[in-house]
Ligand binder design. Structure first.
Ligand code: SF4
Length: 251
């Protein structure tokens, strides 16, 4: 059941089904968000979820596996896993120990095997074998927090119920001047992004930010604060990037 925030009016644009308040947005933030949105759309019109899957439960499993691991690493392991276990019931009938060999190349594989087994078992027992298409039920599954739920909702169901904040989005929110601190909590970043960007763009923008972070504005980026896409909206990265990069920028 969709939760309704008791003060739905606190949320911009009448997002009454979002079960928490969103921060207020200044006119300057709105203008910045509009320019970032347009630049990302122009720069990465075809950005997509790079995890490989063919149905909602495969996406859920791939997303659980991707925590603190690369999508490329997950994509190497999942063909064998998905060939062996075809349905949520196949995982539920198995054990974490029997899932482990298929994902042992991925970090934290023992714990992830437990999460996969427990979440698939709950899907079989409580949700008729179908991955739930809503935030409340997804968050009941072991190994699923808002980031994973947002990926599943956005890519398997086309639902924008939140904004996926991974390490790339966290970094770019800071370099783009959306947040004030590199270490801003992901929950706070998500609320801010939900507040400043149109809801129908959340999933698409999440992919575009990840593409920019993965292929251009990497953690150790040597960019001289002049990426052609970023200069269109003006970034604050020249002020906030480490000194090492500031020196490179002056060369
Ligand atoms: S200008 Fe360069 S360093 Fe700054 S946010 Fe863009 S890609 Fe990153």
């Amino acid at each position: 059941m969709t939760e309704v925030h008791p003060k739905g009016k606190d949320n911009p644009r009448g997002l009454r089904d979002i079960p928490f308040a969103l921060p207020e947005v200044t006119p300057a933030e709105k203008r910045l968000a509009k320019r970032i949105d347009a630049a990302l759309q122009e720069g990465y019109p075809d950005a997509y979820c790079e995890l490989e899957f063919s149905n909602p439960h495969e996406l859920l499993i791939a997303t659980i596996l991707s925590a603190q691991s690369t999508d490329a690493g997950v994509n190497k392991a999942t063909p064998g896993l998905f060939a062996k276990f075809k349905t949520p019931a196949d995982y539920a009938k198995s054990t974490p120990e029997k899932i482990q060999p298929y994902i042992k190349t991925i970090g934290l594989f023992r714990n992830k095997a437990k999460s996969i087994h427990a979440s698939m078992s709950m899907i079989v027992e409580d949700f008729d074998g179908q991955v739930p298409g809503n935030m409340t039920d997804l968050l009941k599954l072991r190994g699923v927090a808002r980031k994973t739920a947002n990926v599943v909702l956005g890519n398997a169901f086309g639902i924008n119920d939140g904004f996926t904040v991974d390490t790339h989005v966290q970094r770019l929110a800071w370099r783009f001047g959306i947040t004030d601190d590199a270490k801003t909590n992901t929950a706070i970043i998500e609320k801010k992004l939900m507040a400043i960007f149109p809801r129908e763009h959340w999933s698409r923008l999440g992919h575009q930010l990840v593409f920019h972070g993965r292929y251009n504005c990497t953690a150790r980026s040597n960019c001289k604060h002049d990426h052609p896409m970023c200069v269109k909206f003006g970034v604050r990265c020249g002020e906030v990037l480490p000194v090492k990069n500031k020196k490179k920028a002056k060369k």
